[in-house]
Design a protein around this ligand. Structure first.
Ligand code: PEP
Ligand code: MG
Length: 747
């Protein structure tokens, strides 16, 4: 940038800064700002357009256009040149506005006489707040330096808007972070919650945007970037030999930290009058805007890396650690871009809900949230930008909707919904000690799924008759190395203590696919869900499996022990795993240890192939449990992690029900107990249909036991079976509508 422009820019920034300090209403400030910018840049027009709502921009102040148009002229995102800037989040610079694609003539503004147009986004950290425009009569394109200078100014305007400097008149001028926001995400754990936002990593707040001493600021930036480079190099040194992905991230960090373009742009921003931290933030904003438009997942990851790096730099520059000392608000709803399972466990049950900007349904965080029964929404776009610590948040884990700072009507509606659910829970509590006995006299055993010690208190309160699935992954996932045998034995013993004699089905380690251990070398597999996972890993690398089996035997310490192997696809996998367990029993006996009083060895039926295995399998297994989550994904060839397809096929699809019927009959033929422990078992209508198909044991989240029991107790399975058969006879794809219709007539 030329020196003259830099000096001008610095002068303008300090004058803008001064208007912030002056008393006055928002509109006066806006008017003054447009005047100052037009004057300083030597343009005929300067206008500020701000968002009135998510899609509409409104002309809020102008120097040079018809003043009558202020608060009258509006356009939608994408409409006209201003709308184009808002959509692309990029500067638009043209010498001949009327003949530029997208131009829309707005007669009330009187802008037809202005030929040149330069619009830049008013944004902070990728959040669009409005558009800043300068126009001139002469046909000229603004220089790159002028574009840059206007972007710097726009950043200060954004900051003023964030600080609420323009509030006071009209909804369009309301300060951000005050308006209600609704975000649609994806449900990773059902449930509803009302509470206050608690940011896992509060964003760094840059309050000092403008600085006078350019040289001192540049020196400060260089010093901190140098420190950053050293720390990245150190991280790389210590990470050598570690997993490939971590190294890749660090390499990307190093590349950015050493990028000359990045450094040059930040130094230029400082020369135009910004402080060092504001210069970093300006780059970060631009990167975030790019991020939203990059479809390639690899590039998106790299841009995220740059975002992380900018955050580090901001923390170093401002001295704000990730620990800002912000107190955890009452009824905290955790808000984060992503979170690891260990960190989530540290928060534990104190959380009322969790909202992640990224995350995935099968992430470790989701596994933990599920175990803790905390409603979790993932893919909540922009939540970390929109939420502030303490904001009121409603988490609707049924619809996958987050209401941030909801208005009174939404809040009242939501409170009613929660009250109704609480009432229903009370009703369910009264059924706690009653059996899930249907009107036709069939008793269904309802059990609970668990994965943590912390789950066990739900055993007596939920009315579950036992733990039908204890997922043992979490003890592995939340540690930095393989847990020791003695540690595991202690955990298993405590689980059995807490179960007070009720049966607990321990499922051996199910890792691979979505559940990757932090200390396990990631396998570069094209289809991890079909890859090296669960029992396949256990049989190929028997060390860990043996250790776990020993820990289970020792944990049982003379009590009954029930072990279940996951993801068995064919008979020999089961026989080999079973033999391994029996061998460990012999070894433990030889060591003089107490053996379990009884031992049951079962298998999860999660692959269609197992349903067609030889009779020997059904005879050998002491029990079989259908892992519906996996079984369904393989039956329909629809990835349970893939939002596009995961809900596409109904569990009550007649093909799937026929398949379940086949499994029920194969088990019945040889008298092998069968249960169902996937998520569907906890959905009342699904549970009812499963019971009608002959399943007599269902294992589910503790919170689902009440609703499932309630429905079962009111139903006659013979009638449900008849409804299903009739529906099937008509050739429908799914029996759901017929069952729903029947249910409607029951009440
Ligand atoms: C299942 O697949 O249904 C199951 C219970 O196992 P997980 O969800 O842990 O894969
Ligand atoms: Mg499974």
């Amino acid at each position: 940038m030329t020196e003259r422009l830099e000096t001008e820019s610095r002068k303008l920034l300090s004058r803008l800064q001064a208007t912030l300090a002056e008393a006055g209403a928002g509109q006066e400030r806006l008017d003054r700002i447009t005047h100052l910018i037009a004057d300083s840049m030597g343009t005929h027009v300067c206008s500020i357009y701000l968002f009135r709502d998510a899609d509409t921009l409104e002309l809020c102040a102008t120097e040079g256009l018809n003043p009558e148009a202020v608060h009258q002229t509006r356009m939608r995102v994408g409409e006209g040149l201003v709308g184009r800037v808002a959509r692309s989040k990029r500067a638009l610079n043209t010498a001949d506005a009327p003949n530029t694609q997208g131009f829309r003539y707005m007669p009330e503004t009187g802008e037809e006489v202005f030929s040149s147009f330069l619009g830049v986004p008013i944004q902070r950290l990728g959040e669009m707040l409005g558009v800043l425009v300068v126009q001139s009569r002469d046909k000229r394109e603004y220089s790159a330096d002028e574009v840059y200078a206007l972007e710097v100014v726009a950043m200060v305007v954004a900051e003023m808007k964030e600080l609420g400097a323009f509030t006071g008149e009209g909804a369009a001028l309301a300060a951000p972070h005050k308006n209600p926001v609704m975000i649609k995400g994806t449900v990773a754990q059902e449930g509803v919650a009302m509470g206050h936002a608690y940011l896992h990593e509060p964003r760094v707040v840059v309050t000092r945007l403008v600085a006078d001493d350019t040289e001192a600021e540049i020196a400060k930036l260089r010093e901190v970037v140098d420190k950053l480079r050293v720390s990245v190099d150190e991280m790389l040194d210590t990470a050598q030999g570690q997993d490939k992905e971590q190294l890749q991230i660090l390499e990307a960090y190093r590349m950015f930290a050493n990028s000359r373009g990045w450094m040059r742009r930040m130094e230029e921003s400082i020369s135009s009058g910004l402080s060092a931290e504001a210069a970093v933030e300006k780059e970060q904003s631009a990167a975030r805007a790019r991020l939203e438009q990059v479809p390639d997942p690899y590039l998106r990851e790299r841009l995220h890396d740059l975002d992380d790096l900018s955050n580090r730099l901001l923390r170093m520059l401002t001295g704000q650690g990730s620990e800002t000392g912000a107190e955890i608000p009452p009824s905290p709803i955790l808000v984060a871009r992503n979170i690891g399972p260990g960190e989530l466990l540290e928060y534990g049950r104190s959380l009322k809900g969790i909202i992640l900007e990224e995350g995935s349904v099968g992430s470790h965080a989701a596994v933990v949230a599920r175990a803790l029964a905390i409603p979790l929404i993932v893919h909540a776009k922009r939540i970390t930008t929109d939420a502030l610590n303490g904001d009121l948040v409603l988490v609707d884990g049924e619809q996958g909707i987050v209401h941030l700072r909801p208005d009174d009507t939404v809040q009242a509606h939501f409170s009613d919904k929660m009250a109704m659910q609480a009432k229903a829970q009370e009703r369910y509590a009264s059924l706690r000690d009653k059996p899930a006995e249907t009107l036709c006299g069939n008793v269904v055993s309802l059990q609970m799924n668990a994965g943590l010690m912390a789950d066990l208190p739900s055993l007596p309160t939920s009315g579950a008759e036992g733990v039908g699935l204890f997922r043992t992954e979490l003890q592995f996932l939340t540690r930095s190395k393989v847990p020791r045998r003695s540690e595991l034995a202690t955990v298993y013993a405590r689980v059995l203590d807490a179960a007070e004699g009720l049966r607990v089905v321990f499922r051996t380690l199910d890792i691979g696919s979505d559940k990757v251990l932090p200390y396990m070398k990631p396998q570069d597999e094209p289809n991890p869900a079909l890859g090296w996972r669960a029992i396949r890993v256990g049989l190929d690398k028997p060390g860990v499996m043996r250790m776990q089996l020993q820990a289970l035997i020792r944990g049982a310490n003379g009590r009954p022990l029930t072990v279940m192997f996951p993801f068995v696809a064919q008979l020999d996998e089961f026989t080999r795993a079973r033999d391994a367990l029996l061998r460990e029993m012999d070894r433990e006996a030889a060591l003089g240890r107490v053996l379990p009083e009884t031992l049951e060895i079962g298998a999860m039926l999660e692959t269609p192939s197992l349903a067609f295995s030889p009779n020997a399998f059904f005879e050998m297994a002491d029990f079989i449990s259908i892992g519906g989550n996996d079984l369904k994904q393989f039956f329909f060839a629809a990835d349970r992690e893939n939002e596009r397809v995961r809900r596409r096929y109904d569990t009550l699809n007649v093909s799937f029900l026929s398949f379940l019927e086949l499994i029920v009959s194969r088990c019945r033929d040889v008298g092998t107990p069968l249960s169902f422990c996937g998520e569907d078992a906890g959905r009342p209508i699904e549970a009812l249909c499963f019971a009608a198909m002959g399943l007599r044991t269902l294992s589910m989240r503790p919170a689902s036991i009440g609703p499932v029991k309630h429905l079962l107790r009111r139903s006659d399975l013979r009638e449900v079976r008849a409804v299903i058969s009739e529906a099937r006879a008509t050739g429908v794809m799914t029996v759901r509508p017929a069952v729903m219709e029947w249910l409607r007539h029951q009440t």
